[in-house]
Design a binder for this molecule. Structure first.
Ligand code: NAD
Length: 351
């Protein structure tokens, strides 16, 4: 069996998930890690003494090129590091979600990877987890009828960092029905930042597909979740049933004609971590010579939803897709204020 060497850039929480996955898999071998922080480098040297440790990705790429590079820094540095990595004789690349701080950066990464013709992993855990895949299959198989609404509540997180996992799940559920618009509002009173990005204190994001399927995502530092003890809640509502689940826990409740009272289904999780599943799927693609960009593309669509949500909030408008063709309107209209009788606009009784 071919064993692929791995170099990880950024040895924080995300990077260590890739390091641990490479270490646990017989198909990969951790060769090196790079991190700007001395403490992170010291931790890698202590826990994985066989790995070479560098302060920068440039040094790591020059002195220890690997078959696979994992880009596990913050979103704004994913593009420059990924593009540098693609100059190596790489066999595969993992780029953490969100692919970039903008969808344009994410698209440029995917285009560059496609041009090189190698597989790319974006480790969205729900797409690797057995219960996530099982829920997707049930929805695709019509077990809850036509999908109408996906409602998500998530506490302790934001649209772009964890919300992107949930939005990716939504775009995967709707499949070929692309996003049509996004409307979002963010409260920013606490000036919260997370994973290298300014984020909301609390926000609500409404996304709608061309086919009319809606997603309502409620994120923020302290969101009250409608289920005791849960940090995340999904309600996937179809015309003939619904599925409720709680993000990462490997279980869900299916309510439909067959399970009128709701069946609580516990799924035996994969013994492998989600990152390992993503890396091993990449190894399969390397060996088959057949890169599959389905997950990178859905991740990019999810990133567009994130970007649209923040743009919608910033410019107080509904963002209409395609995102790169959208120009926000200029508006001084202030809903809730008395209408003066002049100043233009549209008579809402004559629609
Ligand atoms: N897929 C997942 O489930 C998952 C889980 C956790 C984090 N992540 C992602 O991983 C990425 C990093 O987040 P995190 O939680 O690991 O943050 P973190 O703060 O724990 O770690 C980031 C590390 O990257 C290092 N770093 C930053 N810029 C660097 C650069 N240019 N070169 C080398 N090292 C650099 C930092 O020093 C830090 O040690 C984010 O994109 C995040 O969304 C994904």
């Amino acid at each position: 069996m071919k064993i692929y060497t791995v170099g990880v850039v950024g040895a924080g929480s995300g990077g260590k998930l890739s390091i641990a996955a490479a270490e646990a898999s017989p198909r990969f071998q951790l060769a090196a890690a790079a991190d700007l922080r001395a403490e992170a480098r010291a931790e890698v040297a202590r826990k994985w003494p066989h790995a070479k440790v560098f302060a920068t990705h440039e040094e790591m790429f020059a002195q220890c090129p690997t078959d696979v590079v994992c880009v596990s820094t913050y979103a704004p540095s994913h593009k420059p590091i990924a593009l540098d990595a693609l100059r190596l004789p790489l066999k595969g690349i993992l780029v953490e979600k969100p692919l970039g701080d903008t969808s344009r950066a994410g698209r440029e990464i995917i285009e560059a990877v496609r041009a090189k013709g190698i597989p790319m992993a974006v480790p969205h855990g729900l797409l690797a987890a057995k219960h996530g895949r099982e829920i997707i299959r049930r929805v695709w198989d019509g077990e809850i009828g036509d999908l109408r609404l996906v409602e998500i509540e998530n506490s302790g997180w934001d649209i772009i960092n964890a919300g992107i996992h949930w939005l990716n799940f939504f775009v995967t559920l709707v499949g070929a029905d692309p996003p049509a618009s996004v409307l979002a509002a963010c409260d920013t009173s606490t000036r919260t930042w997370r994973d290298g990005m300014q984020v909301e204190t609390v926000a609500v994001t409404l996304a709608e597909t061309r086919g009319g399927v809606r997603c309502v995502l409620h994120t923020g530092d302290e969101v009250k979740i409608a289920r005791e003890g849960r940090k995340t809640l999904f309600r996937v509502i179809g015309a003939k049933g619904r599925i409720e689940f709680w993000g990462w826990p490997s279980e869900y409740i299916l309510s439909n004609e067959k399970h009128a009272g709701g069946a609580h289904i516990k799924v035996e999780p994969d013994a492998r971590t989600n990152h390992r599943v993503h890396l091993e799927n990449m190894a399969d693609q390397i060996e088959a010579g057949a890169p599959d960009y389905t997950i990178p593309e859905s991740s990019l669509r999810a990133l567009e939803l994130c970007e649209a949500a923040y743009l919608s909030n910033r410019r107080r408008c509904q963002v209409v897709f395609p995102l790169d063709a959208f120009t926000p309107p200029l508006t001084d209209w202030d809903p809730g204020q008395p209408y003066s009788g002049f100043g233009g606009g549209r008579d809402g009784r004559k629609l």
